[in-house]
Write a protein that binds this ligand. Structure first.
Ligand code: ADP
Length: 320
């Protein structure tokens, strides 16, 4: 029997619990013994590691956050503590790690691999969607849905009271959450760190819109832009002449019931991570890249019947 462990590092996201559930079930299906490492690299250093089975992951698929905790670890940055971590893994004969985290966590793992040859596969997990090489990071869809629900509610009051609302999303230096939210919530203004902006250039157009009967404005801004949400709000009041309010969504964006897409992606990321480890991918990050739009002939579309995705069909539970 080979032993495999999973840990969560850095910020938690919705989708980690569904990933833990599938990790345990798929490991057992592949005749591996699954272990949980609690509280990220801290648990690896402190030997907070536990053998797990089906009952440890029952009832968690619909829960946000992570059952095994997540942490940042200063100690894991030092070779001395990584040595201790390796000793802990050796005692339990764990040769493979699956890590849910961001690029910082993966950098740490790669150092660990180079020093101690512990195989790993990283699963990109951050609501910021800012990891190079993957189009999707676990947790993003749930965060977007949470933001959408909040903005839909804000829109109701904005239109009732003739107001501008400035909604700030998370994302650090990445404007992905704000950009997708602005597009899918019909915002009039979207400001993100990647694009230089000049508020004055919106002034005339917004005033004309007000004259023509617009009752409210919705601005979605990313936390990483040069101006604060209050400054944008003051601009609406002073330059456009509409009462304005700020709503900083903060940590509600991270938690909550994982969306269908995040549950499915958790399932797929974990399957690929474990398969990769069993097939010689010793130090990789499992990335998800674009499904493009393609033009197809009418013949191809209407003369061939639809078939279900083979990969999905293969996931159906089979009798053991
Ligand atoms: P994220 O994984 O979300 O990018 P961080 O950058 O905070 O988050 O990294 C998470 C953890 O990964 C750190 O607290 C540290 O324990 C570990 N880590 C990051 N970089 C390194 C490194 N160069 N060497 C060893 N460990 C690292």
């Amino acid at each position: 029997m080979k032993n495999i462990a999973i840990l969560c590092s850095g910020g938690d996201v919705s989708g980690m619990n569904p990933a833990l559930k599938h990790f345990v079930e798929y490991s057992l299906e592949k005749k591996l013994t699954p272990y949980f490492i609690y509280d990220g690299y801290e648990g690896l250093i402190d030997n907070n590691i536990e053998k797990v089975s089906y009952s440890d992951v029952s009832g968690i698929i619909n829960r946000g956050g992570t059952k095994i905790g997540s942490a940042r670890s200063k100690r894991f940055m030092s070779q001395k503590y990584r040595e201790i971590a390796k000793q802990n893994l050796d005692i339990l004969n764990i040769q493979m790690l699956v890590v849910l985290g961001g690029d910082g966590s993966f950098r740490g793992l790669d150092t660990f691999y180079k020093e101690h040859n512990v195989k790993f596969c990283g699963i990109p997990s951050t609501i910021d969607n800012d990891i190079n090489g993957t189009d999707y990071c676990l947790g993003v869809d749930t965060a977007l849905n949470t933001i959408k629900t909040s903005i839909d509610a804000i829109r109701d009051t904005a239109s009732s009271f003739k107001r501008a609302f400035v909604v700030e999303t998370m994302g650090r230096d990445c404007g992905y959450l704000a950009l997708v939210t602005a597009l899918t919530s019909g915002a009039e203004l979207c400001l993100i760190p990647e694009i230089k902006y000049d508020l004055n250039s919106y002034e005339e157009d917004f005033k004309i819109q007000m004259k023509n009967g617009r009752r409210y404005f919705l601005a979605v801004i990313s936390e990483g832009i040069d101006n604060s949400a209050d400054e944008i709000s003051n601009w609406f009041e002073e330059k456009i002449g509409i009462e304005s309010r700020v709503s900083i969504l903060g940590h509600i964006q991270r938690g909550g019931n994982p969306s269908v897409y995040d549950r499915l992606m958790a399932y797929k990321f974990v399957t690929y991570a474990i398969d990769g480890l069993l097939n010689g991918e010793n130090n990789s990050v499992i990335c998800h890249t674009k499904n493009d739009f393609v033009y197809k002939s009418i013949n191809e579309v209407v003369n061939t019947s639809h078939t279900l995705d083979k990969e999905l069909i293969s996931c159906i539970n089979k009798p053991s």
